[in-house]
Design a protein around this ligand. Structure first.
Ligand code: SF4
Ligand code: SF4
Length: 134
């Protein structure tokens, strides 16, 4: 799952182990930490109607990872790049929105909010792609 959605910081910066770590705004760090609390237990996938019908659906666990990196100012990816990963029926457009995932998540992650945000962002990106193609 992590490889499928590119679950790491995508940046052109070269890591310098001798340099001081760049400080992040506290509110932003807390927002990221909220989603970083996922323990990848898979309960959200086991309870998910779409995942039960379609093996290729990435599930709330993966969508939450994307939402986490979208928040991270160190990640250089733009919406159109995230769209390449989750802008399909295997990703956010396969989600039926019945929220069994949030009901069973032992960490009480705000999956409803995050899935809604992703759906909106990826929906807008799809519309922009159509206009770009003319
Ligand atoms: S149920 Fe919650 S903690 Fe478990 S993998 Fe899904 S999002 Fe993460
Ligand atoms: S809301 Fe989406 S991800 Fe969550 S259980 Fe339903 S189909 Fe699966």
């Amino acid at each position: 799952m992590n490889e499928k959605v590119g679950s790491w910081i995508h940046t052109d910066k070269t890591f310098d182990a001798t340099a001081l770590e760049e400080r992040m705004d506290n509110d932003k760090a807390e927002e990221i930490y909220e989603l970083e609390r996922c323990v990848e237990c898979g309960c959200c996938v086991a309870s998910c109607g779409t995942a039960n019908m379609r093996e290729d659906f990435v599930g709330a666990v993966a969508l939450n990872r994307i939402a986490r990196f979208m928040l991270d100012p160190r990640d250089n990816r733009k919406n159109k790049e995230y769209f390449e990963v989750i802008g399909t029926d295997e990703g956010i457009f396969g989600c039926m929105g019945l929220l069994a995932c949030e009901d069973v998540c032992p960490k009480e992650l705000p999956l409803q909010d995050q899935l809604g945000i992703l759906r909106r962002k990826m929906g807008w990106t799809a519309v922009k792609n159509i206009f770009r193609r003319g």
